[in-house]
Design a protein around this ligand. Structure first.
Ligand code: PGA
Length: 251
């Protein structure tokens, strides 16, 4: 059985002081839900402060991105070694990275490999745009992102990799995918790609999250689906009164 996971992607929100405030509000409620992997992904600037506050809890920390080189002349970048000092997880290839910062399937692939090589748990994001969805290209696009993002990746088992299915049209729009629709893409495209790239057992072990306008209202419905193992939550992860119930719904 796959243990559910709920990860909060804070995106470019919260100063250090604001992060401390949010974490103080989150910890008691999140601590109580120990059948779920709980992950907070604040901005880089808040990682140290949040890491200190999470010490002694079961709540884990993730970065929202990282570069693939271990060190060197890469102004502005953050390396896997730096992330690894503070975090267990790293989000890779979020659609906002792909859209605004020129990330490609190839850079995603390099980052996934670097994360695994450094013992970090990558949460690789895939998902189609509205135009791709409306022209019936979802399976083709998601399948390509899976194959290219995971090209040459070797896994011993499925526990070290996470996939987030995030339809771009559902992110931050208040218009989540239907539970059935998301489950179908995960089962028929994402798990199929995993079975082909690795093997059927790994395909059944990898945790696949849904992301895109997850809220306290729709979370329970999404989590009843057999192939949805949790959520990558953006906007609703910035409010304790929304994020805690979402995490409870995954239990
Ligand atoms: P949202 O973002 O929950 O605000 O739609 C999800 C994400 O981008 O990971």
């Amino acid at each position: 059985m796959r243990k559910p996971i709920v990860a909060g992607n804070w995106k470019m929100n919260k100063t250090v002081a604001e992060s401390r405030q949010l974490v103080a509000e989150l910890v008691p409620g999140l601590q109580a839900v120990d059948s779920v992997e709980r992950v907070l992904c604040p901005p880089f600037t808040s990682l140290m402060a949040v890491a200190a506050m999470l010490e002694g809890t079961e709540i884990r920390l993730g970065a929202q991105d990282m570069y693939w080189e271990a060190s060197g002349a890469y102004t502005g970048e953050v390396s896997p070694l730096m992330v690894k000092e503070l975090c267990q997880y790293v989000i890779i290839g979020h659609s906002e990275r792909r859209t605004y910062f020129g990330e490609t399937d190839e850079t995603v692939n390099r980052k996934v490999k670097a994360a695994l090589a450094h013992g970090l748990l990558p949460i690789m994001c895939v998902g189609e745009t509205l135009a791709e969805n409306e022209t019936g290209r979802t399976a083709e696009v998601v399948s390509r992102q899976m194959r290219a993002g995971l090209a040459g990746v070797e896994l011993k088992d499925g526990k070290s990799l996470y996939i987030a299915y995030e339809p771009v049209w559902a992110i931050g729009t208040g218009r989540a995918a239907t539970a059935d629709g998301a489950n179908k893409v995960i089962a028929e495209v994402i798990r199929l790609a995993l079975a082909t790239l690795f093997n059927p057992q790994i395909s059944q072990e990898v945790r696949v999250l849904y992301g895109g306008s997850v809220s306290g209202k729709n979370a329970a419905d999404l989590f009843t689906m057999p192939d949805i193992d949790g959520a990558l939550v953006g906007g609703a992860s910035l409010k304790a009164e929304e994020f805690i119930p979402i995490t409870r719904a995954a239990a």
